[in-house]
Design a protein. Structure first.
Length: 135
């Protein structure tokens, strides 16, 4: 096998309720090596270094990490599709940082499942996914 062919691609994942049933929400995710994701990681690292230059308090650092986690999720999502009749607090789902944060802040199960998909390295490598699915 030519290792050069094992580069990651985007992946589409279904968000499920905590009981495993399908919500109908599909997310297309970027791999951590995608240029947009890598650019954000560089920014996040710079912010953490800046904060450590003497004005870092525990509260500020926790707030920074929470904001970065939310932005990291948003950067990882290339697109999403919700069922036609789906709303969140009466609003139609739009892929914006504010809307995604509102959903993830209110629905722990949604955030947890999204994070699980973002971290699933095998899903971004179709060749590996088909190999790992074999018994």
């Amino acid at each position: 096998m030519d290792f050069a062919t094992t580069k990651p691609s985007t992946t589409t994942a279904s968000i499920t309720y905590i009981d495993g049933s399908d919500t109908g929400v599909k997310v297309t995710l970027r791999h951590k090596s995608h240029p947009l994701v890598k650019a954000y990681e560089a920014t996040a690292t710079s912010e953490q270094i800046e904060l450590s230059d003497g004005n870092r308090t525990q509260d500020k650092f926790i707030e920074l990490l929470a904001r970065q986690a939310a932005h990291r999720r948003f950067t990882a999502i290339e697109g999403w599709e919700w069922p036609k009749d789906a709303t969140f607090k009466g609003d139609k789902p739009e892929l914006t940082p504010a809307f995604l944060s509102a959903v993830c802040d209110e629905l722990d199960w949604f955030r947890s499942d999204l994070d699980r998909h973002i971290k699933n390295e095998v899903a971004f490598h179709p060749k590996w996914a088909s190999v790992s699915a074999k018994p």
